[in-house]
Design a binder for this molecule. Structure first.
Ligand code: SAH
Length: 248
């Protein structure tokens, strides 16, 4: 595995990145760098934006309310990753935060909240999902930050299913057989994938039938024990990455 710099603070920015550029820190970033980390003029940070790789920058001109980050050289090129949509029923706050962070660390490309009959969370805070994804990427050195789709109802998701994307359905009612064998039959190579995990209360019977009717769906058992949704996310993504993603 490539080793990279974990001692320098890494920050996600929206702006384009290139040698000689200047990026304005957000008020939160400025506060964090100057007041929490107590960095000084000229101290290094690492910047990434999900498009242009990772760049070394230094704290530059600072006024009361603004801090410039002067971009130097590129430290890593932009990386891609497996084409995995992660579809999940939103959970209550702290578990959802955790699940989004873990899914990001496991390298998903897109986060897609799906509303099901037994979804507990009443509303989904898309900004919060995105902020958790950014935080996980900053900490783990991931350069591709997953995009966050607006929440959609399960019925609509299934009705508009893209036939080129292979659906992997984590189903605690599936027969417990080898997950490796189940995923081995998922097409080989690296097809576009989608992984679906249900809410704490599971899927309603008619929802399960509708999911199982998606052409080519792979029904995945995660063993003989029922896992909580956030645990299931990590377990399933480890299997998917090992069999079909970028752990091979
Ligand atoms: N049916 C449950 C539990 C749901 S667990 C209940 O009655 O409360 C939440 C989600 O995690 C499920 O919808 C499923 O997608 C996934 N999951 C949990 N354990 C699993 C297992 N052993 N195999 C496959 N998926 C599992």
């Amino acid at each position: 595995m490539s080793r990279y710099d974990f001692t320098t603070q890494r920050l996600y920015v929206e702006s384009d990145l290139g040698a000689g550029g200047v990026v304005a820190a957000t008020p939160d970033q400025m506060n964090y760098l100057c007041n929490v980390l107590r960095l000084k003029d000229g101290d290094p940070v690492l910047l990434f934006n999900g498009r242009h790789g990772e760049w070394r920058a230094r704290l530059g001109t600072r006024s009361k309310r603004a801090l410039a980050l002067d971009v130097g050289e590129q430290t890593r090129p932009q990386e891609g990753g497996p084409d995995i949509d992660y579809l999940f029923a939103p959970l209550k706050r702290s578990r959802l935060d955790y699940m989004v962070q873990k899914a990001t660390e496991m390298g998903v490309a897109r986060l897609r909240p799906v509303l099901t009959r037994r979804t507990i969370a009443e509303r989904v805070n898309v900004e919060r999902l995105a902020a958790n994804a950014v935080e996980a990427a900053e900490q783990c050195g991931i350069l591709r930050v997953p995009s966050v789709a607006p929440p959609e109802k399960l019925g609509a998701v299934l009705a508009n299913w893209d036939s080129g994307r292979r659906l992997i359905f984590c189903d605690e009612d599936a027969e417990t057989t080898s997950p490796l064998a189940a995923l081995g039959g998922a097409g080989g190579g690296s097809p576009p994938l989608a992984l679906l995990i249900g809410p704490e209360g599971g899927f309603a019977p008619e929802e399960r039938s509708a999911v199982l009717a998606v052409p080519g769906v792979v029904r995945l058992s995660l063993g003989p024990r029922i896992l909580r949704a956030d645990t299931a996310a990590v377990a399933a993504l480890a299997l998917v990455n090992a069999c079909l993603g970028d752990w091979r």
